[in-house]
Design a protein around this ligand. Structure first.
Ligand SMILES: [Zn+2]
Length: 338
């Protein structure tokens, strides 16, 4: 991913961004209740008739038990395959195979394969569908699984052509999503959920490539795909994790962002900061450009290991992964409960 540093760049970039999509701002106005309304509809405040929802509401009051240590093990395994960039096809095969092996059998898996700029990419699309509960709500949670080909943020110029291992930038999001899948299997939510692992996010400005290739292709080649709301997570394991309200998310998907911060509050997830962060180009942008409200949860300002050879598990902590995992699950479990 990439961000705009200077205010003038940010203004120009966002103007271009807005002009590229007529229906961008305001497209989410009817999506969800406001924060205040959502609070008024919080579980246990009103009567309920459905046993499943009653049970669900009761269980929602409990703290979600998300195991950050297991997520750390996923990062360890994923990085053991080597860099997950186009120059390392074997590592990419092993990674896809690993993710597939971790997804519970109750969920369906589709591969979305695509070509872009003479590169082949694979998005892995996992679906968890509710049965007999008649929910039309579909939540999309995404992350990128690839890594950047070059460590171009290295201060040591002799290392700038080396690949990035992506413990944080890539593997951390995958680790959280795998564990989210297991939770959804053992405790099904009342909404439909897709977990999408995007390829080729992190090749921006490497050759002629742009950022977010895999998600752009996904949106373009699945024009009927319209999730109700979505979240992209990226770089979520750092020992000093700090997640402010990403700028484009705050402008184009404020209701979804408000719900995420409600979840952060419920879960006491202190890495979530109630301030506006930078304007980040990531996998949420292609969705926002077609009017789908998807927010980006990302460490900002980016940690020192960003796009360097230092992006290893050494700087990851289970407590960071656990907070993000709990917030994602809280968001999903509370989405349609009323
Ligand atoms: Zn990156």
């Amino acid at each position: 991913m990439f961000f705009f540093l200077r205010k003038i760049s940010l203004f120009i970039a966002f103007s271009i961004f807005l002009n590229s999509s007529d229906n961008l701002v305001g497209s989410t106005a009817e999506l969800t209740p406001t924060k205040k309304q959502f609070r008024e509809r919080t579980p246990l405040e009103k009567g309920h008739t459905n046993k499943h929802k009653t049970d669900l509401k009761r269980s929602l009051s409990a703290v979600i038990d998300f195991d950050g240590q297991i997520a750390m093990r996923h990062i360890e395994n994923l990085t053991s395959f080597g860099p997950r960039s186009p120059e390392h096809p074997q590592a990419k095969l092993l990674t896809l195979s690993y993710i597939r092996s971790q997804i519970p059998p109750s969920m369906s898996i589709q591969l979305h394969e695509f070509d872009a700029n003479a590169l082949n990419g694979t998005n892995l699309w996992v679906s968890s569908r509710v049965e007999k509960k008649n929910s039309n709500t579909l939540i999309m949670i995404g992350t990128h699984w690839d890594t950047r080909s070059i460590a171009d943020q290295e201060t040591d110029i002799t290392k700038r052509n080396m690949p990035v291992l992506g413990a944080n930038d890539g593997a951390s999001g995958v680790a959280v999503l795998i564990e989210v899948a297991k939770h959804l299997h053992s405790k099904p939510p009342s909404v439909n959920v897709d977990l999408i692992f995007f390829d080729l996010e992190d090749l921006g400005n490497v050759g002629n490539n742009k950022y977010a290739i895999g998600s752009s292709k996904f949106v373009k080649e699945n024009p009927k795909y319209r999730p109700t709301a979505g979240i992209i997570i990226d770089m979520v394991c750092d020992r000093d994790l700090r997640i402010p309200r990403e700028y484009y998310s705050s402008v184009s998907a404020p209701e979804v962002l408000a719900r995420v911060w409600e979840s952060a509050e419920r879960q006491d997830a202190e890495v979530f900061k109630n301030v506006i962060g930078g304007a980040v180009i990531d996998d949420h942008i292609p969705f926002l450009q077609v009017g789908i409200p998807v927010v980006n949860l990302i460490h900002f300002p980016f940690p020192k290991t960003w796009h360097t050879t230092e992006d290893t598990i050494k700087f990851c902590r289970s407590r960071s992964l656990s907070q993000v995992g709990r917030v994602i699950l809280d968001f999903i479990y509370h989405y349609d409960v009323n």
